[in-house]
Write a protein that binds this ligand. Structure first.
Ligand SMILES: C[S@@+](CC[C@H](N)C(=O)[O-])C[C@H]1O[C@@H](n2cnc3c(N)ncnc32)[C@H](O)[C@@H]1O
Length: 248
């Protein structure tokens, strides 16, 4: 399947819970300040910006498959690009870096990747010994009400698009990739939106990108409106998979 392009400007204009999720991941990383950090699925670079602002000696290896997201990242970090390595890559495939990194993060991305064995092995190979990997993404049970609404209006709940993994399988995959000190959990974290334009922009930009891409332009807005209308409340019932692990 082709990589999905993202509407980076719309993405950055939305009240995304991703900001909070990213800040939480960085906090759990507990950096001392001079580390290099791999950000898998870095998007428009918000978490890279947080990190570079907090740590003037810090460096980021920012990896994403969307040219639009990376263009927005380059513009956001224009005055700090000397501390950023930007890689446009499809992380469904094994990733090889020139130099190892001290830590790795991934925010709201793993559920777009069908094979977490591949991803976890890429991260393990990129980390120096002792390096930490902290990530969060949609997990088992994520956006169940939204998926039911989508199924009602389109006949499919998006199972072919997302990989919402559970705790035990994720722990096993991290172990198989050679990680230790593994912690994995699932946390409900609903996002409350305003009905109308905000909810519809959120659905179109964040959740329905893969479905909309398959439709002719004139059928896109009706799908978004139908799903929005079908939701009993303007709430995205997120359930987050949170993980941390160390490369021995
Ligand atoms: C929901 S966004 C999260 C972006 C950012 N981490 C944040 O929290 O705002 C998911 C990101 O994963 C990227 N992505 C999805 N599948 C990918 C793939 N196969 N290879 C590389 N990047 C991918 C998308 O381009 C997008 O930027």
């Amino acid at each position: 399947m082709e990589l999905l392009e993202w509407d980076a400007r719309s993405y950055d204009s939305l009240p995304l819970p991703h900001r909070r999720w990213g800040a939480g991941v960085l906090e759990r990383l507990a950096l001392s300040g001079d580390e290099s950090v791999l950000d898998l699925g870095c998007g428009t670079g918000r978490d890279a910006e947080l990190l570079l602002d907090a740590f003037p000696q810090g460096r980021v290896v920012a990896v994403d498959g969307s040219a639009q997201m990376l263009a927005q990242l380059r513009s956001r970090l224009a005055d700090r690009l000397d501390r950023v390595t930007v890689l446009e890559a499809d992380i469904r495939e094994p990733l090889t870096l020139d130099d190892s990194v001290d830590a790795a993060i991934s925010v709201a991305t793993l559920h777009w990747l069908p094979d977490h064995d591949v991803v976890f092995r890429s991260v393990a190979a990129a980390l120096r010994p002792g390096g930490r990997f902290i990530a969060e993404a949609g997990g088992a049970g994520n956006v169940a009400a939204f998926r039911a609404a989508l199924r009602d209006v389109s006949g499919s709940d998006g199972a072919e698009v997302w990989n919402f993994a559970g705790v035990d399988e994720t722990r096993q995959r991290l172990e198989d990739a050679g990680f230790v000190d593994i912690e994995v959990g699932l946390v409900p974290d609903p996002a409350h939106l305003e009905r109308g334009e905000q909810l519809e922009a959120f659905l179109a930009t964040v959740l329905l990108g893969a479905q909309l891409r398959e439709l002719p332009p004139e059928r896109r807005r009706p799908l978004v409106e139908a799903v929005a209308e079908r939701l009993a409340e303007p709430v995205i019932d997120y359930v987050r998979l949170r993980l941390s692990a160390t490369r021995p």
